[in-house]
Design a protein around this ligand. Structure first.
Ligand code: ADP
Ligand code: MG
Ligand code: MG
Length: 907
C-alpha cells in the first residue's frame, strides 16, 4: 500500500502534487541542509480518501504514529511531554498556493500539564499561558467548529475588565483564567471537552485541515484561480519554534527580490517578539526587513545567505517565512513567489543576465496575460496633484472607482456594473469576493506581504496597502485623511498601485511604457526609448518571435487599425470585416439597395457603393503592403442596416395620427423591416446565404477588391488580397460563390490588363462545414476558423443572450471553468477544428489554416491552435503582442497533436 505520510527528509520539490507545495518545499529545504524544524507531511492522497469517504483512511493513524515517534526520537522530547513538551504545528498546503485560504493549528500538544512544562523550559509563564489560550482558540474554532467571534468576545471582555489596551496588557494569570473560560465556551458550544490528549489533538487537527479544503472561501479562491476542486490538501506536521519568546525572537516574511518591480534587494517585513501569524495578518505594523540587520546581525546575515541559496537553487524569485527563536533562525516556508507582471518580465531578463536561466526558460516564465496588463494605461503623473494619502505600492496599475467599505457592498455595486475601490483597514480571506469584484484595493494597515497585497498581486488587481495616514471607519462607511478630508462611500477615487498613492476623483490616464514600445514599432531602440520594463518585454518578444511557428495576423477593418497592427507585429490581416464599411453616410445606399424593386435599381445602388468600397480596400492594402489581407464578404443580415422597427413604426403612426401622410420612404422601410424580420437572425439570412440571394452583392464587393488591387499595383505596391466567404455550410454554396468571384476577377483582369489573382477561401464556423471539410477544401485555398460562431453553433448558445443570463451560474456550478467564448472549448469546438484541419489538409495538401475568432488572442487558445497545427492566429490589434508571446511559449511547450488525438493534457 502506498504511504500516506512522508518525512521532510524523504520528499522534494518535484512532489508538490502529493505533498502539496508547502510540504514539497519544506522537504526541499531540508534536503538542502537549511534549518527547517523537523516534521512530516500527510499526503493529498490521504486528504482525497478522507473527503471521499468521510472516514479517516485506513492505516493513517498508525503511519502518523510511526512518524511522530521518529520525530520525538530525533528531538529528544515527546509530544505534550509534561516537563518539556514537544509542540507541533499542523499546516495545510495544497498543490497550488492558496494563501490564508485553509487552516493551520499551532501549539498542538499543550494541555493543563504540559503548559506548566513549557512555562518552565521557556522561562516565561506568560508565554506558555498565551500559547495555551491560542491553541484553545484555534482548535476550538478550526477543529471543533466554534464561531471564532465567541473567543474574540471573551478576549475583549477580559481586556476590558483588566483595563488592558491590547493582548500584551494581560499577564500570565489573566491568560490562565482566559484559557479556563475558553474551555468552558468550547464545552458550552459543542457539548464536548477540549481533548487533553496530545495525540488526539494531533489526529483531529489533521482531519480538520483536510476538511478546510472545502470551506466556502477556499472554493471561491479556487474558482477564481482555476484550481481544480478535486486536488485536496496535504497536511504538514512540524515541530513548533517560537518567535514570541522576547526581544531576541521574532518572525518575518521576505522575498529574494522586489515582487512588485523585480529589482534585487532586501524586501520583507519583520516583527520582533511575534509569531508568524501576526506578520501576515498585518495586525501590528512590521518593520522593514532591513531593520533586522541592526537588531540581530548574525541572523540577518544568515538569512540573506539562505535567500541567495534558495534563489540559485530554484533559479527564480522565492518568498519565504522565517522565525527567529532566541537568536536561532528557522525557515518555515518557501515557494517560488507570486509577482506582478512587471516583475515577471524584469526577473526573467535579470536571471538570464545572471546566467541562472536561458532565454527559453525566461520566455516560459512570462505570460501573455501579464503582458496585456502591462499595456494598460497608467495615471498621467503630470496631471496628478497631492494625493489624499500615500501607502505601499503593493500591486501596480491605475484604477478608478467609487469607494466602498465592505466586501458585500463591492459585490453589490460591481454586479450593477459599477467600478469600485474596496477600502478596508486590512483584508482577510472573507473579503475575497469584494476583492474580486473591485478594481482596486486600498488598506490603511499592513505591508507588502499583508493579505491584501499578496492576494491582489495574484489577481493582478491594483493595490495600495498600509496607507496609515487614513482613518478607515467601515461602520460609518468613510475614511478621513491626515488633513481631515472625509471621503464617504460612493465618492470617486483613483488608486495608483505603481506609485502607492490614492487620489480624489478620476485622474486622467497616460500610456504605459510597454504600450509606447509597441506603438514605436517594437524594436530594441523603441524599448530603450520607452524605458521601464519595456526592455525586458522586448527580450521576451524577441525570443518568442524567434521560436514561434504560428503566424500572427490582425482582425482589422480600417487603415488605422491595420497600421497599428503592423507596428504591433502583425504579419497580415486575418479578418477584414466589410460590414462597418456599410454604415454611416453609406447606410442610405444600402437602404436603396435593399428597397430596390428591380435589378436596375439594385445595380444603381451597388454601383454607388463600389467606388467607396474600392477606396476602403485600397487604403487597407496600402497599410498592409506586401502582407496578406483576408477580406470577408458581407456577413450580417441586411436588416441590421435598416433603422429600428419601433422607431419607424412610431414615426409612421404619429404622422398618421396627426392626420398627415407619413414619409413614403419611412413606409417603405417599415414594410421592408417587417418583411425581413427574423426570429433568429444569427441563424438566418446572412453570410454566404446573402451573397447567393442578393444578386450583384458579391460581384460588387469582389470588383471593389480587384480594382483596389489593380490601383495599388499601378501605384507600385504589393497588394495581397484574399477573399473569404463566411458561414458556409456546404461545398455547393462555396462552389457557386467561387464561380462568381472568379468571373469578376477575370473581368477586372481583362479590363485592366493586369492579372488579378486572389486566393479564395472560406470561414469554418458551422459544425457542418467542419464535418465536411474534406469536400469544402476542394473549393477553398484556405480555411479560417470563426470560433465565435463555431462556439455558438456547436453549443447552441446565442452569445448575447446566454452570457448575461446564466453564464455566471454555470461558472459557479463548475459546468465550465471558463467561458467557451473566452477560451476555446478543446473537447467540443476544438475537436471540430481538429477534424476540419485534418480532413481539409488530406483533401488539399498545403491548405492554409488560421483562426479569426476572439480566441486568436487568448493565451490558452493560442496554445491549442499551435498544437492542432494551424498556420496562424488572427486577433484584435491590441492582442497581437499577447498572441506573439504565447505562440512562442506554445512552441517551447512543444506537443503537436497526432490525428485523432482528442485529449488535451494541458487542462
Ligand atoms: P499559510 O498557508 O497561511 O501560509 P502556514 O502553514 O504557513 O499557513 O502557517 C501559518 C503561520 O503559522 C506561519 O506563517 C507561521 O508563522 C506559523 N507556523 C507554522 N508552522 C510553524 C512552526 N513549526 N513553528 C512556528 N510557527 C509556525
Ligand atoms: Mg505560510
Ligand atoms: Mg461568423
Amino acid at each position: 500500500m502506498a504511504a500516506y505520510v512522508y518525512d521532510f527528509a524523504e520528499g522534494g520539490r518535484e512532489q508538490a502534487g502529493l505533498l502539496g507545495g508547502k510540504g514539497a518545499n519544506l522537504a526541499e529545504m531540508t534536503r538542502l541542509g537549511l534549518p527547517v524544524p523537523p516534521g512530516f507531511t500527510v499526503t493529498t492522497d490521504a486528504c482525497r480518501a478522507y473527503l471521499a469517504t468521510g472516514a479517516e483512511p485506513e492505516g493513517l493513524r498508525e503511519e502518523v504514529g510511526r512518524h511522530l515517534a521518529a520525530l520525538e526520537r530525533a528531538v529528544g522530547r515527546r509530544l505534550g511531554q509534561p516537563d518539556d513538551p514537544l509542540l507541533l504545528s499542523v499546516r495545510s498546503g495544497a498543490r497550488f498556493s492558496m494563501p490564508g485560504m485553509m487552516e493551520t493549528v499551532l501549539d498542538i500538544g499543550l494541555n493543563d500539564d504540559s503548559v506548566q512544562g513549557l512555562a518552565k523550559t521557556s522561562g516565561s509563564e506568560r508565554f506558555a499561558r498565551d500559547s495555551h489560550r491560542r491553541l484553545l482558540q484555534m482548535f476550538g474554532s478550526t477543529v471543533m467548529g466554534v464561531d471564532a467571534a465567541v473567543f474574540e468576545d471573551a478576549l475583549t471582555r477580559m481586556k476590558r475588565d483588566r483595563g488592558a489596551a491590547d493582548d500584551l496588557g494581560l499577564d500570565a494569570s489573566d491568560l490562565a483564567v482566559l484559557a479556563g473560560e475558553y474551555r468552558r465556551l468550547i464545552r458550552e458550544h459543542t457539548g464536548e471537552d477540549f481533548p487533553e490528549d496530545p495525540v488526539e489533538q494531533l489526529r483531529r487537527a489533521v482531519l480538520a485541515v483536510f476538511r478546510s479544503w472545502n470551506t466556502e472561501r477556499a472554493r471561491v479562491y479556487r474558482r477564481r484561480e482555476h484550481i481544480p476542486d478535486d486536488l485536496g490538501t496535504a497536511v504538514n506536521v512540524q515541530a513548533m519554534v517560537f518567535g514570541n519568546l522576547g526581544a531576541d525572537s521574532g518572525s518575518g516574511v521576505a522575498f529574494t527580490r522586489d515582487p512588485a518591480t523585480g529589482r534585487p534587494g532586501v524586501y520583507g517585513d519583520y516583527l520582533p517578539n511575534a509569531q508568524g501569524e501576526d506578520v501576515v495578518s498585518g495586525i501590528r505594523n512590521a518593520v522593514p526587513l532591513a531593520e533586522l540587520e541592526r537588531l540581530d546581525k548574525p541572523s540577518y546575515d544568515r538569512l540573506l545567505e539562505i535567500m541567495r541559496t534558495l534563489e540559485h537553487h530554484y533559479r527564480d524569485l522565492c518568498d519565504i517565512e522565517f522565525t527567529i527563536e532566541r537568536g536561532t533562525l528557522w525557515m518555515l516556508q518557501t515557494r517560488v513567489g507570486k509577482r506582478t507582471a512587471e516583475a515577471a518580465f524584469a526577473i526573467a531578463a535579470a536571471l538570464t543576465d545572471e546566467g541562472l536561466t536561458g532565454p527559453d526558460e525566461a520566455l516560459a516564465r512570462v505570460s501573455g496575460e501579464g503582458l496585456a496588463r502591462l499595456m494598460f494605461p497608467r495615471f498621467d503623473t503630470a496631471a496628478v496633484g497631492e494625493p489624499l494619502a500615500r501607502g505601499i505600492p503593493a500591486s501596480p496599475g491605475a484604477a478608478v472607482g467609487t469607494a466602498v467599505f465592505t466586501s458585500a457592498e463591492a459585490v453589490r455595486r460591481a454586479a450593477a456594473g459599477e467600478r469600485v475601490v474596496l477600502v478596508r483597514q486590512e483584508t482577510t480571506p472573507d473579503d475575497l469576493p469584494g476583492m474580486i469584484a473591485a478594481q482596486a484595493v486600498l488598506t490603511s494597515r499592513g505591508g507588502k506581504t499583508s493579505h491584501a497585497a499578496v492576494v491582489a498581486r495574484g489577481m493582478g488587481k491594483v493595490c495600495v496597502c498600509g496607507a496609515d495616514s487614513l482613518t478607515v471607519d467601515p461602520a460609518a462607511r468613510r475614511f478621513t485623511t491626515a488633513a481631515g478630508t472625509v471621503v464617504e462611500e460612493g465618492a470617486l477615487l483613483s488608486v495608483d498601485g505603481t506609485a502607492g498613492a490614492v487620489h480624489a476623483g478620476a485622474v486622467p490616464l497616460a500610456d504605459s511604457p510597454v504600450m509606447r514600445y509597441f506603438e514605436d514599432g517594437g524594436t530594441a531602440d523603441a524599448a530603450r526609448a520607452a524605458g521601464g520594463v519595456a526592455e525586458a518585454v522586448h527580450r521576451a518578444m524577441d525570443r518568442a518571435d524567434g521560436v514561434r511557428r504560428l503566424g500572427v495576423r490582425a482582425n482589422a477593418d480600417t487603415p488605422e487599425d491595420a497600421a497599428r497592427a503592423r507596428r504591433f507585429g502583425a504579419e497580415g490581416i486575418g479578418l477584414c470585416r466589410t460590414e462597418h464599411m456599410f454604415l454611416g453616410e453609406r447606410r442610405r445606399l444600402v437602404e436603396a439597395m435593399i428597397l430596390a424593386d428591380g435589378q436596375e435599381g439594385r445595380d444603381r445602388a451597388l454601383a454607388a457603393l463600389l467606388p467607396l468600397q474600392r477606396g476602403d480596400f485600397a487604403a487597407i492594402l496600402a497599410a498592409m503592403d506586401g502582407l496578406p489581407v483576408t477580406i470577408r464578404l458581407l456577413d450580417p443580415p441586411l436588416h441590421e442596416f435598416l433603422p429600428d422597427r419601433t422607431d419607424l413604426a412610431v414615426r409612421v403612426a404619429s404622422a398618421e395620427a396627426a392626420g398627415g401622410h407619413p414619409d413614403p420612404h419611412d413606409t417603405e422601410l417599415l414594410a421592408a423591416v417587417d418583411r425581413m424580420h427574423e426570429e433568429n437572425p444569427m441563424l438566418g439570412l446572412r453570410g454566404v446565404r446573402l451573397g447567393l440571394v442578393v444578386p450583384g452583392l458579391v460581384a460588387m464587393q469582389v470588383r471593389a477588391v480587384a480594382e483596389a488591387v489593380v490601383e495599388r499595383r499601378r501605384a507600385g505596391g504589393d497588394p495581397r488580397a484574399e477573399i473569404m466567404v463566411p458561414l458556409v455550410d456546404t461545398v455547393e454554396e462555396l462552389r457557386l460563390v467561387r464561380a462568381e468571384v472568379e468571373r469578376v476577377l477575370a473581368e477586372v483582369s481583362a479590363e485592366s490588363g493586369t492579372e488579378v489573382r486572389c486566393p479564395v477561401g472560406t470561414m469554418i464556423e458551422l459544425p457542418r462545414a467542419a464535418l465536411t471539410a474534406g469536400a469544402i477544401a476542394a473549393q477553398a485555398e484556405f480555411f479560417s476558423f470563426g470560433t465565435n460562431d463555431l462556439t455558438q453553433t456547436t453549443w447552441g448558445f446565442s452569445r448575447d443572450d446566454v452570457e448575461a443570463a446564466f453564464f455566471s451560474a454555470y461558472l459557479d456550478k463548475g459546468i465550465f471553468a471558463v467561458s467557451p467564448f473566452e477560451t476555446i472549448d478543446v473537447d467540443g469546438v476544438g475537436r471540430l477544428v481538429r477534424i476540419a484541419v485534418e480532413e481539409g489538409r488530406a483533401a488539399r495538401p498545403g491548405l492554409k489554416t488560421g483562426v479569426c475568432g476572439e480566441h486568436g488572442g487568448d493565451p490558452a487558445s493560442v496554445h491549442f491552435f499551435h498544437r492542432v497545427g494551424l498556420d496562424y492566429v488572427s486577433c484584435s490589434p491590441f492582442r497581437i503582442p499577447v498572441a506573439r508571446l504565447e505562440a512562442g511559449r506554445a512552441a517551447l511547450a512543444g506537443g503537436t497533436e497526432g490525428p485523432g488525438d482528442a485529449g488535451d493534457a494541458s487542462r
